[in-house]
Design a binder for this molecule. Structure first.
Ligand SMILES: Nc1ncnc2c1ncn2[C@@H]1O[C@H](COP(=O)(O)OP(=O)(O)OP(=O)(O)O)[C@@H](O)[C@H]1O
Length: 314
């Protein structure tokens, strides 16, 4: 059903999307302020960032929908603006709501978009995979938000693209449809397609992305694997417990590599590194305090994201 190709081999994969020192301003305000990133063939590359960080502007420059003020963008070696036709043939993108006629049925939309590409996928299995088979005769204007979203994903994939750009992939989908869509995107990647994914869902990014660029205020704040982002955030390990005896605040804030400390309903939650955890255990032993319901967990991507994009104190 999909473009066949070798599975992803992380060694020496060629770069498919190259963004170098990209800049874009609106009304004198830099919304993309020197973004550089390189996406390798066959990876799912995530872009995370707060609202207004410049994520969509960046990916729209990759799609050739916006013209950069400065910097260089290449997709498979092509300039998305100067070589727009060629790039459009190898790149699948999620449409915006306004880009589809409300009177078009799901089947007509799939057939129409398949006709734009030289070697499209067979739309019927794709529609089946996205749970759209029962909606083929329904007009776009009468689809629910989640059904529209699924159709947009189908249309992004119908051309059997080499690169697919998905902005807010699963926004509006129910939990089952979201999980089905993740599986579909993993299958797409496993067949060698490169995926550029903008998302606000940390679970989605952690599960799907091989690497992630965190964009904040128009710049790349960090670029790493999900595990790497978590490791490099200040509070990579979280320890929580309810002490049998009160613990002194001075002792807690003096713990090594401590990133945060919180007390709630007699429970203490600390984040830091393994060194912090070891020091807590020593502190408890020294004070003959028992830790009830002791839990030590790795921080999530959510924690890392908040740490990487936190507002600096004025
Ligand atoms: N055509 C435009 N004219 C003026 N300002 C714009 C235009 N497009 C985007 N902006 C502004 O640029 C900034 C970045 O927008 P962008 O859509 O790239 O952010 P984003 O990171 O995708 O945000 P979100 O997560 O909210 O979708 C925002 O402040 C937005 O208002």
């Amino acid at each position: 059903m999909w473009r066949t190709g070798p599975g992803r081999d992380p060694r020496n994969m060629p770069t498919v999307i190259e963004v170098t020192d990209l800049r874009k301003s609106y009304g004198g305000r830099a919304v993309v302020d020197g973004v550089s990133l390189a996406v390798e063939e066959g990876e799912i590359f995530g872009i995370l960032g707060p609202n207004g960080a410049g994520k969509t502007t960046t990916v729209e420059c990759v799609e050739g929908l916006r013209v950069p003020d400065a910097g260089r963008v290449r997709v498979a070696g092509l300039d998305p603006v100067a070589d727009h036709e060629k790039v459009a043939r190898l790149l699948g993108a999620q449409l915006q709501q306004s880009e589809l006629q409300p009177k078009l049925t799901v089947r007509e939309a799939l057939e129409l978009y398949a006709s734009f590409y030289p070697g499209p996928l067979d739309w019927a299995p794709l529609a089946e995979r996205l749970g759209l088979t029962g909606k083929l005769a329904t007009r776009f204007g009468r689809l629910s938000g989640g059904q529209r979203q699924r159709l947009f994903i189908a249309l992004a994939l119908i051309g059997n693209p080499r690169v697919v750009v998905l902005d807010e992939l699963t926004t509006g989908l129910d939990p089952r449809a979201r999980r089905d869509t993740w599986k579909l995107i993993e299958d797409v990647r496993d067949r060698g397609v490169t995926v550029l994914l903008v998302t606000h869902f940390m679970e989605e990014a952690q599960r799907l992305c091989d690497r992630i660029a965190v964009i904040d205020k128009g710049r790349v704040a960090a670029l790493d694997t999900p595990a790497g982002l978590i490791r490099r955030s200040a509070g990579a390990t979280v320890i929580s417990f309810t002490p049998s005896e009160p613990l002194d605040d001075h002792d807690l804030v003096a713990l090594p590599a401590l990133a945060s400390v919180e007390r709630k309903d007699g429970r203490i939650t600390l984040s830091g590194t393994d060194e912090t955890v070891n020091a807590v255990i020593t502190l408890l032993a020294r004070n003959h305090v028992t830790a009830h319901q002791l839990r030590v967990v790795d921080a999530t991507l959510d924690d890392a994201f908040l740490d990487l994009t936190k507002e600096e104190a004025a």
